[in-house]
Write a protein that binds this ligand. Structure first.
Ligand SMILES: [Zn+2]
Length: 262
């Protein structure tokens, strides 16, 4: 290969690698793994034991991206609406029109009820446990509780370090990935809240959490304009919100699991 051909080849490879990486949906692997790691650090002994048995020794971190992995299999299409919920700002989850195919709140509730039901087999338990770990993560990404009109920011076009993308993807994965920290580094560098604050965060229902995140989503929509070029300054202004959401999500996942495996 002569020099110019080689350069062209490298360029094309980079282009494909990058455009593939950009397609990672939901928090992205690092985000979901961070949520699972935080939860794992707050599990009761009993919950840890039960989870390890159900997952045949696999960790919560390992299974946290399962919900997205199965998206490519048509067999699981009915679970796709479980990753998000959209409703207008100024309304609450309870007062809004529900998607008959389900949403992230219903999905989480369904997983919990199946996991609490002693008559389900181990295979079902493992499936819904893996899904639950993922969905509690998704719920806390503000744009998973956004507006239907632009598919939770998926049609909200912006530029991220001069590359075309959308606001949803920036919040799912691009802000996190640009920090280039592993899930362990990230989970070790979140927040050091008091026991009382943690208790406060862990209280409330799934619907209440959705409404809280929905209000945050309203701010996220105002954080950028269509076509805006986002880079370091946007991360500087918003990455703390991402870190907080990852942390809160992990704490709430832990309390849900501790409650299932009492
Ligand atoms: Zn998801």
């Amino acid at each position: 290969m002569n020099n110019s051909k080689y350069i062209f080849f490298v360029f094309i490879s980079f282009f494909f690698i990058n455009s593939y990486a950009n397609k990672s949906p939901n928090w992205g692997p690092t985000g979901h793994r961070t949520v699972a790691e935080v939860a794992n650090n707050h599990l009761s002994k009993k919950a840890k034991k039960n989870i390890s048995k159900i997952l045949n020794g696999q960790s919560l971190v390992f299974v946290s991206t399962y919900g997205d992995d199965i998206k490519s299999d048509k067999k699981y299409d009915k679970f796709k609406p479980w990753h998000y919920v959209n409703y207008p700002f100024g309304t609450t989850y309870n007062n809004s029109k529900k998607n008959p195919k389900g949403d992230v709140v219903m999905g989480i509730e369904k997983c919990i009820s199946i996991l609490k039901n002693k008559n389900t087999n181990k295979e079902e338990q493992a499936f819904y446990l893996k899904l639950l770990v993922h969905l509690v993560g998704d719920l806390h990404q503000p744009l998973h509780v956004g507006l239907a009109s632009d598919k939770g920011g998926n049609d909200f076009q912006v530029r991220w370090f001069n590359k075309g993308t959308n606001l949803h993807r920036v919040w799912d994965s691009q802000m996190i990935e640009s920090y280039n920290m592993s899930y362990t580094e990230l989970s070790n560098n979140l927040f050091d809240y008091s026991k009382e604050s943690i208790k406060q965060i862990q209280s409330g229902s799934t619907e209440q959490w959705a409404d809280e995140i929905h209000q945050l989503a309203e701010k996220v929509y105002k954080s950028a304009t269509i076509g805006e070029k986002l880079s370091y300054n946007y991360s500087y202004q918003n990455f703390n919100i991402v870190r907080k959401q990852l942390y809160i999500s992990g704490l709430r996942l832990a309390t849900i699991l501790n409650d299932i495996y009492v």
